[in-house]
Design a protein around this ligand. Structure first.
Ligand SMILES: Cc1ncc(COP(=O)(O)O)c(C=O)c1O
Length: 396
């Protein structure tokens, strides 16, 4: 695959060196056009009208649901569109009828969006146990073995750390959860965009991820729920578009995903997300993985050689994706990010990365600098990052 051709599809890739895709990815022209086409050609509400524009919008919205389902090895009936991964996780947290004394197991590796929704349940009398990762960001199955007991209703774990880039052993963890009668929620916000993810292979019960981190528009997220669990989950929001019947006394929701998508959805966004899936499929997730692995190795090797730079967490290329955090001794992470932007238009993330429990564990009160790679990045860009850092730090 020719990266030059890929970069032609991303208008912003030519203007900046974008190394912040873990926050949100750049958007290809086909997705931008998909969104614009909706407003230009068939701007109508889905599922509410019999007129032909509504029919077109409804069909395209459904087609996007199918594409998303196929990408993760699920069924279209199992896909609930949300506005973000955060919203998807909160749907599960509020949708399971947790009782006082129930237990939830999570980890200190989590993004706040897969942490706060569980902590909040403590008010209901739910106990939350936090399994700790080691200093490199790896999770041990033995720690879960000890933490999950017969009262544990749910285990909520990130597939890939948004700070350290490490991949969690989800398939083995799901076996353990099911042996012990617990459900497993996987936060796939950092895995689905970067690797081939199959819900059957993972064996999880819920998978949550963001559309905007996988080339889709902002305001799109996905909650995949194993089909037989849908009827046990209550929606976070109720209202128009989700009902089978309403009287002055009661309402009946449509069974399945429709009952979870009350209100006018982000129609253009979801259709754009469908285009994003087309884009990923055309490249192939294996190619995306291999491309990012090559760049990650180059980045890790280069960072190791720069004076005052310390890679945080796992230093090796195995068992991780192209999310690489580091610090520069004697410099605040925000100052490093500003320096890179001013010197060469290199955009990286700095600070606590929405993972304060992990930062506290790692003793990084100021956070880290995070470089995150994606399919449009090149060896040349990594080289510019490394040489810019090296030059600036040998001068300072
Ligand atoms: C691992 C992880 N989970 C959840 C989220 C939240 O995603 P969203 O902003 O789409 O709600 C993020 C965003 O950075 C993330 O990295």
């Amino acid at each position: 695959m020719d990266t030059k051709e890929i970069r032609n599809d991303f208008p912003l890739a030519k203007k900046v060196i974008y190394l912040d895709s873990a926050a949100t990815s750049l958007t290809p022209i086909s997705v931008i056009e998909g969104v614009a086409e909706y407003y230009r050609e068939y701007n109508a509400n889905t599922g509410r009208g019999v007129h032909h524009l509504s029919q077109i919008a409804g069909a395209k919205y459904l087609a996007a649901r199918r594409k998303i389902a196929t990408l993760i090895g699920g069924k279209e009936e199992e896909i609930i569109f949300t506005q973000s991964a955060t919203y998807a996780i909160n749907t599960v947290a509020q949708g399971i009828s947790f009782q006082p004394g129930d237990r939830i197991v999570t980890t200190n590796l989590e993004h706040h969006s897969n942490f706060l929704p569980w902590l909040r349940l403590r008010k209901l009398g739910v106990e939350v146990t936090v399994v700790k990762c080691d200093q490199t960001g790896h999770l041990e199955l033995d720690d879960f073995q000890g933490a999950i007991d017969e009262r544990t209703k749910l285990v909520a774990v990130t597939h890939v750390s948004n700070v350290l880039g490490t991949i969690a052993p989800i398939a083995k963890l799901s076996e353990l959860c099911h042996e012990k009668g617990a459900l497993l929620l996987v936060d796939g916000a950092q895995s689905v965009p970067h690797m081939s993810v199959d819900v059957k292979r993972l064996g999880c019960d819920f998978l949550c991820f963001s559309g905007h981190k996988m080339l889709g528009p902002t305001g799109t997220g996905v909650l995949w729920v194993r089909e037989d669990l849908l009827s046990q989950l209550s929606p976070l929001v109720v209202g128009g578009g989700a009902i089978e019947d309403v009287s002055v006394d009661e309402y009946v929701l449509v069974p399945g995903y429709t009952g979870f998508e009350a209100g006018t959805p982000n129609i253009a966004g979801v259709i754009g997300l469908g285009r994003a899936v087309d884009y990923l499929n055309a490249l192939g997730m294996e190619w995306v993985e291999e491309h990012e692995a090559r760049l990650t190795e180059q980045l890790l090797t280069g960072l190791e050689c720069i004076k005052r730079v310390k890679i945080v967490g796992e230093k090796g290329p195995a068992g991780r994706i192209g999310v690489v955090p580091f610090i520069v001794e004697g410099m605040h992470p925000h100052d490093v990010a500003l320096l890179l932007d001013e010197a060469a238009g290199i955009l990286v993330r700095s600070g606590h990365q929405c993972a304060l429990p992990l930062m506290k564990e790692l003793g990084r009160a100021d956070g880290v600098v995070r470089v995150s790679l994606y399919l449009y990045n090149t060896q040349e860009e990594v080289e510019i990052l490394l040489s810019t850092l090296d030059r600036a730090l040998s001068r300072a």
